[in-house]
Design a protein around this ligand. Sequence first.
Ligand code: C2E
Ligand code: CA
Ligand code: CA
Ligand code: CA
Length: 278
Amino acid sequence: VKQASRNDFRFFTQEMQTHSARTLQLVNALRHALPRHEFELHFQPQVALQDGHIVGAEALLRWRHPELGMISPAEFIPIAEDSGQILAIGEWVLRTAVRQLKQWLDAGLRPMVIAVNLSAVQFRHPNLMALVTRILDEAALPPEFLELELTEAAAMDDPPAAIAIMNKLDEHGIRMSIDDFGTGYSSLSYLKKFKVNKLKIDQSFVRDISDDPDDKAIVTAIINLASSLGMHTIAEGVETASQLAFLRLQGCDEVQGYYVSKPLPKDQFEAFVRNSIS
Ligand code: C2E
Ligand code: CA
Ligand code: CA
Ligand code: CA
């Protein structure tokens, strides 16, 4: 009896800690978010440092709840991953992003790649390959226009499994990038086996790049590492001209960040691209 009640107590306190009232509210509200059309995608330009052209867009998920207002993906994605809802949400993101790019290309917008964030749950799901190819087929978008972003932490969680999935995606011509690079303790012996064409340098290293010698050294090392592995680099969270100048000097390929533009609703993104140099 003593044993049982102690376990009950432990269970209860754990529940209280991990499932706050807000979390429970979001889990419930998330169930209605797709059918009630509460999600939208915003798009953030990715710019080539060589010539300043917009060469890509990252699709970023936004949830507008009628009572709770705008809820950050940083808050609700982890909840959706725990509850399994991320699969349906992720499928909606992929389909919406792919359709949107196809529509833009048909309307004569300059060719670019659409980058879509992939949760670890989606990446490991056995149906991933079939889903991605079906969505591309439905929209008649060639695979090389899609880039899947996977965090370094997710890729390094089970590297042999990740390598197998990346090989399959690569066989189908789908690109991958490693997101938040530098934060996930990469094993270099695995990294060189990853079929990825881009490392996304995490914004925590970019932030103080102008005055912190350690961050300067880390960013330079990542750019050189990528280059020696035949991968491209994109720096995230670029907010100032001096950050951009340093990245260009070191040979970083692309930048993304508020210095170029915040993530924009689709119509504003389209206008931004049309008004930019081409
Ligand atoms: P992330 O993939 O690392 O995305 C970059 C985040 O940095 C975005 O936040 C973006 O708005 C923000 N950002 C862009 N430029 C700057 C800048 O110059 N300065 C600063 N301080 N921030 C900048 P956001 O949109 O709030 O997304 C947060 C995270 O939520 C994403 O981080 C990603 O991990 C996740 N996420 C967003 N959309 C999706 C999605 O469709 N699926 C999945 N699985 N995760 C998503
Ligand atoms: Ca990302
Ligand atoms: Ca990132
Ligand atoms: Ca991040």
